[in-house]
Structure formats: C-alpha cells, structure tokens
Ligand binder design. Structure first.
Ligand SMILES: [Zn+2]
Length: 133
C-alpha cells in the first residue's frame, strides 16, 4: 500500500511539472520586437589592428570587447550605442564609434585585417534597427 502511495505521489509530481511547463507562456522575442528602417548605409569593415583601430585594439567605445558577427561601429548621432541593428538578415550591436564613421555609415568589425579587406566597402545597404514594440 505504501508503495502505491509513493508511486501516486511521484506521478502527481511529474504531472505538475509537465503542467507548469505548459502553462508558462513561451517567450517569443520575435513578436515583441519590430524592425525600423533607417535608410541606406555605406558599410565598411575594420579589425583590431593598428591600422584600423590604432591603440584601441578590441576595446570599443561602449567598453565591450569587440566580437566578430556582433560588433559594429556607428555614428552616435545616428544610432545610439547598444542598439540592435539588422543588416542583410544578421543582427549586430552598435558598440563602437570611429573618427571616420559619420552619418549613414557603419563599420563592421572583423577579427582580422584580411577579413576586413575582403568585406571591402558596400554601398546602398538597407539598415534596420530592432526595437521593442
Ligand atoms: Zn585592420
């Protein structure tokens, strides 16, 4: 008899865990954000080398360490630091600034100078910012 009670208790515990899992609303970040079109930008690339970043290296204007695939440099007057930026289906974060990055221009961070050179310069690229609804 005692074993049955234990089994029932266990079954009840599992069931309540399953139910609570179902009841918790799924976090849908896509639904809570929207894209705002900022216009057509000119994209260039940079890396932590002396030629691109001087003595700053991987240190960005936001204080964060630059990371390929995430960090972009922007004109703070156009885009606030910390803003999520969508370019060609990829989401970046505005974390850095640059003396030559003015107006509708974005500098995309790469690990190596070679990769930055390969990226080159792209004009008339549609840029969006991701904002909470
Ligand atoms: Zn470089």
């Amino acid at each position: 008899m005692k074993k049955l009670q234990q089994k029932l208790l266990l079954a009840f515990m599992i069931l309540s865990i399953v139910i609570s899992g179902i009841m918790v609303p799924a976090k849908d970040t896509q639904a809570a954000t929207k894209k705002v079109y900022l216009g057509k930008y000119t994209l260039t690339a940079y890396c932590p080398c002396k030629k691109c970043s001087g003595s700053n290296g991987k240190k960005t204007a936001s204080g964060k360490t630059a990371k390929q695939g995430r960090t972009i440099a922007v004109d703070k007057k156009k885009i606030k630091l910390g803003t999520k930026i969508r370019i060609n289906g990829k989401t970046y974060t505005a974390e850095d600034t640059g003396g030559a990055v003015k107006g509708k221009r974005i500098d995309v961070y790469f690990n190596s100078h070679k990769k930055a050179l390969k990226f080159g310069k792209k004009t008339n690229v549609k840029v969006y910012k991701i904002v909470k609804k």
